[in-house]
Design a protein around this ligand. Sequence first.
Ligand code: ZN
Length: 400
Amino acid sequence: MHGVRITRTELAWLHSTLQSCGKPTRNVQVAATALQPLSTDAERPQLFYISTPAPSHDRLGHPECAARGAAILDALQANKLTPQALPGQLVHMTDFKKATADDICAVHERSYVLGLEKLAARGRDDIVDAGAPTYITSTSFNDALQAAGAAMALVDAVVEGSSASHPAPAGFAICRPPGHHAVPKGPMGFCLFGSICIAAKHAQQFHGLKRVMIFDFDVHHGNGTNDIFYGDKDVLFVSTHQQGSYPGTGKLSEVGEGDGEGTSINLPLPGDSGDSAIMAVFDELVGPAAQRFKPDIILVSAGYDAHWRDPLATLQMRSSTYHRLTSKIKALADELAGGRCVFLLEGGYDLQGLGESVSETFRALLGLESVDGFNADLLRDEPTDKVKRLIAEARSIHSL
Ligand SMILES: [Zn+2]
């Protein structure tokens, strides 16, 4: 903060952002670059991000590897998406509290959480779920607490940011290990703790935000998130994923149960679906579902393995698709939820596609144009008729 001059208006904004309205913050600190003078309203903060890439949570030959975090950070640097290049607009939150075991136990069984801690304390690499091999190293338990803590801190930041008169800045966590497959009883599908579910509980219990929407655009069904909130009417879970891909759940007919009937919306996209499919599905299903639900905050499980380059699936999103999709999500958050919107990294296993796509997401959240010049003629034709049928069926099932 040394030597930085800020005006009274900027000071008021920072107060409203960094200090809660009667609610304590969770030790959120903002890098000094955030405190550059803001000369116009357009230069107010647009995006808070946290980077907790877990370099020691790594396994030779595993797709969910430490190189993923490095690839994202390199791409952001190469694209000049840094607080130094965008002073005042892009804010790097450098200090935040990791989640506690109690925070994790809001969505996972205590015996699992404590068991994983013990296992990690032995200091040996291990496989903790053989299905889609999920590994731990000596740092993984702590890394998973950091990832969940990052999600909670970004919820704090956007909630506090929304107390100003403008829509809140968005949040993005570059966090590993991922979380959306982890079930209440244990790890699954490369995931240890369901960070997005923990963030949702935090938004409800700490900030009093009753209605949470979780949108999951990872190519795989977020079965852990779906399980955790399947009977909860206050959490709307909407997932787009490739039909028939791991773990095999997420059928259109899975709509929630009990009080939560209707608040799980599973949209399995046929193979080869790409930009046209996801835009149509968003405009005709996701957007109307959000309008009806009226969330107080939108959380996004941002997996980038639906990218055409990704080796784990056969959808065909382009890097620019994530720009368009992000713009639509943020517009919904601005309209319905005071702008409160936090993205958490999930999958994405082609390093080039991942770096480009996260950069495009950042550009959209910063109000910058897409720079993806990819020639879409190189892709396969999309299954337009199948997507139309999916939309019609989903509209009928969910009365949208
Ligand atoms: Zn995935």
